[in-house]
Design a protein around this ligand. Structure first.
Ligand code: LLP
Length: 448
């Protein structure tokens, strides 16, 4: 089965389809595969719940970004927003594939440094970096600090940096029609992130940073929100920002060489989701920036992007075992799995929707409408509402698709549940990149 599967898989990648679909994986003899492994074999060997990540798919998406960078006239730099999913192995993959890295905390920074990620390719984001985190960024010689507010300027100065600090400034372009969940939209003036372009204080800060030799202000940064499905949102932001660059140029003689458009490219969680495919969206945005730079006479040196979700979400699945099936008097059918909102919080937090499958019964008709519920003591601990599946049986393995982003990274020990293991699968290679947590791990920091 191996050589045939590999060939099919390569053809599947080349078709472009995997990037448009919530399920980029092969089915062989009714069984869902990841790389050359049947998912249920992995579940049996490594136990459930289990996070599986297709490393080959992640790497292929990163290579697509590198190709886009190399084809652009303008210098383009893509980084991976590590909040979507980070551990040592992931930082190592990003390093090997040559992308830069966005970190937002001392913990993410520490992970990157321990994975020997080149510090000059790190961008340190966040709306409330502590003095310790900023000191750490200076000590590790992080390439760029993305400032959020004037307090961070003072905090950096209090650290007495020995060299000029390369910074960008996060701003809000005041777009109000971003089509995503309210909790993950950011580009408006009441957002907790960045400074409004409508606020005079923003321009004052830009002038100050430009004229203070302890800083090297490279440009502005925006992140419009997450799971954005319409390219127009990015194009509007480009229009607003390059207009602002032109204004700074003309009225203040300030020429900012870099522009960072953030991440937020939407992925497919279900067949109803519109995908903002990087391979399609980035070249269009880059072309729009190039032509607007010419029209507005804004001499940009570098354009940056920082996708997180769109590089990893579809590469990940979570595998559970069905442990019980229960009907309510009104006929609602619950399928109880051995995980919970502790490893899958996005449904409870954002009303996110997902698809799932019985991994050894892929070709069977989906004759039932079911609710997949977890084991946490919480009514909101539902993983998927109203999902169509074949009639499940106890001990079936079920996988939830599109869990590579913001699942492991948002997992918790609620109810003192232990976090699942994470496995990277790269065709025939497989490695455990996070061990399953044990009860001892839960007590490791407890003191009587
Ligand atoms: N850059 C900045 C400054 C960000 O704040 C984020 C995400 C990204 C890039 C990457 O965005 P992405 O390409 O992954 O959409 N927990 C939420 C998402 C929060 C995103 C926070 N910032 C979720 O599960 O949907």
């Amino acid at each position: 089965m191996r050589p045939a599967t590999t060939l099919l898989r390569v053809a599947f990648y080349l078709s472009g389809d995997p990037f448009m679909n919530y399920n980029p994986f092969m089915t062989v003899n009714n069984r869902l595969m990841m790389g050359e492994y049947a998912v249920s074999d992995l579940a049996r060997t490594y136990q459930t719940p289990l996070y599986l990540m297709d490393e080959a798919l992640i790497r292929s998406k990163m290579r697509t970004l590198k190709k886009i960078e190399s084809q652009a006239h303008l210098k383009v730099e893509c980084m991976y927003a590590s909040k979507a999913f980070l551990n040592l192995a992931m930082a190592h993959v990003v390093k090997e594939e040559g992308l830069s890295l966005d970190v937002v905390s001392g913990g993410e920074l520490y992970t990157a440094i321990k994975a020997q990620f080149p510090p000059e390719r790190i961008y340190f984001h966040g709306n409330n970096k502590s003095p310790q985190e900023l000191q750490m960024a200076l000590d590790y010689q992080v390439g760029t600090i993305v400032l959020d507010n004037p307090y961070e300027v003072e905090t950096i100065l209090a650290c007495q940096p020995k060299h000029p600090v390369t910074v960008m400034l996060r701003v809000n372009p005041e777009l109000h029609h971003i089509d995503t969940h309210a909790y993950i939209t950011t580009g408006h003036h009441d957002s907790k992130f960045g400074m409004s372009l409508l606020d005079n204080e923003t321009e004052e800060l830009i002038k100050r940073l430009t004229h203070d030799e302890r800083f090297n202000l490279k440009g502005l940064h925006v992140h419009l929100g997450s799971q954005i499905q319409d390219i127009k949102t990015f194009l509007e932001a480009v229009e607003v920002l390059l207009g602002y660059y032109r204004h700074l140029n003309q009225s203040e003689k300030i020429a900012l060489p870099w522009l960072n458009l953030g991440g937020g490219f939407g992925v497919a969680y279900t067949e109803h989701d519109q995908v903002l495919d990087l391979e399609f969206a980035l070249p269009q945005i880059i072309a729009a920036v190039e032509s607007m730079c010419l029209n507005k006479q804004v001499p940009l040196e570098k354009l940056l992007f920082e996708p997180g979700r769109s590089l990893v979400a579809n590469a990940g699945i979570t595998v559970y075992e069905v442990q019980a099936i229960k009907s309510t008097p009104s006929g609602k059918q619950y399928v109880f799995v051995d995980g919970s909102m502790a490893d899958h919080i996005r449904t409870a937090l954002y009303q996110a929707k997902y698809e799932a499958a019985l991994v050894d019964r892929m070709d069977e008709p989906k004759s039932k409408v079911l609710t997949i519920a977890g084991k946490a003591c919480e009514s909101g601990d539902i993983l998927i509402h109203d999902l169509k599946l074949p009639e499940p049986k106890v001990h079936d393995y079920i996988c939830v698709f599109t869990t590579g982003a913001y699942h492991y990274s948002m997992s918790s020990n609620y109810n003192r549940l232990t976090r699942p293991a994470v496995i990277f699968v790269n065709q025939s290679e497989l490695r455990v990149v996070n061990e399953r947590e044990s009860y001892e791990d839960l007590l490791a920091k407890d003191r009587l």
